[in-house]
Ligand binder design. Structure first.
Ligand code: SAH
Length: 218
């Protein structure tokens, strides 16, 4: 992948417009909108996509995978109700953009990706931006037992079921935000762990993600 780590006034302008578009589309906090206005999304894409990066769309990142649409990233982040210092597990590092948004909000981010090459590419950008994200390669449906429990868990690929293993790695009071459904469409769910053995599930809008592939995935 060829990278463009150069920022320009033009790209900054497009980024500002994207952040305003997001503010108009959803009920997002100003602090979150501000991060979208500042984080250069084109760093996370091939240089051929530099200007397209500020369209509210998903784009290919290689290996048949995509960077999520900014609106979707904002939506999942909103549902996580991130507080500075939150320990967050992300399943599906992909480009690293969602992880960068969470780290910019002050979360301690652990991110798992099954494709080594994507993880390596994401590392280059996250390091360039000096964002601290702990990256792992493997099947994220199994979570990260060594680092559990987490305050929040976010799955950024389409799950056929809610992985039990991930629920077990949540702190009491913690949230799991996950798109669940078939390979075509998924409903966004937020599962709140109300005690060691009880959960409350909330359902939100429908989205379309690439499949979560693994032991407790497709
Ligand atoms: N959060 C990413 C979205 C990437 S798309 C971003 O901001 O760009 C979803 C990613 O999940 C893909 O990179 C895919 O390879 C990865 N994935 C799918 N199944 C997985 C699994 N079981 N464990 C870890 N990563 C997985």
């Amino acid at each position: 992948m060829s990278r463009n780590f150069v920022d320009t006034y033009k790209l900054k302008g497009l980024r500002k417009k994207l952040s305003e578009e997001l503010a108009a589309k959803g009920n997002f906090d100003y602090s979150l909108i501000n991060i979208f206005a500042n984080l250069p999304r084109h760093f996370f894409l091939d240089s051929a996509f530099a200007e397209k990066a500020y369209q509210d769309q998903a784009f290919p990142i290689g290996e048949g995978q995509t960077i999520s649409q900014p609106y979707t990233v904002a939506y999942q982040t909103m549902l996580l109700e991130v507080k500075p210092g939150d320990k967050i597990l992300e399943i599906g590092t992909g480009s690293g953009y969602q992880a960068a948004i969470l780290a910019s909000l002050g979360a301690k981010v652990y991110s798992v990706e099954r494709v080594q090459k994507l993880s390596d590419e994401a590392k280059k950008v996250l390091q360039h931006l000096k964002l601290m994200v702990k990256q792992y390669v493997g099947d994220g449906t199994l979570g990260l037992p060594k680092h559990a429990p987490f305050d929040k868990i976010i799955v950024t690929a389409a799950a056929p079921i809610v992985p039990e293993t991930l629920l077990a790695q949540l702190q009491v009071g913690g949230y799991l935000v996950i798109p669940v459904g078939d390979k075509e469409t998924q409903e966004m769910r937020r599962i709140i762990k109300t005690s060691e053995s009880t959960y409350k599930t909330q359902t939100f809008d429908t989205f379309r993600f690439v499949p979560l592939i693994g032991e407790e995935g497709w």
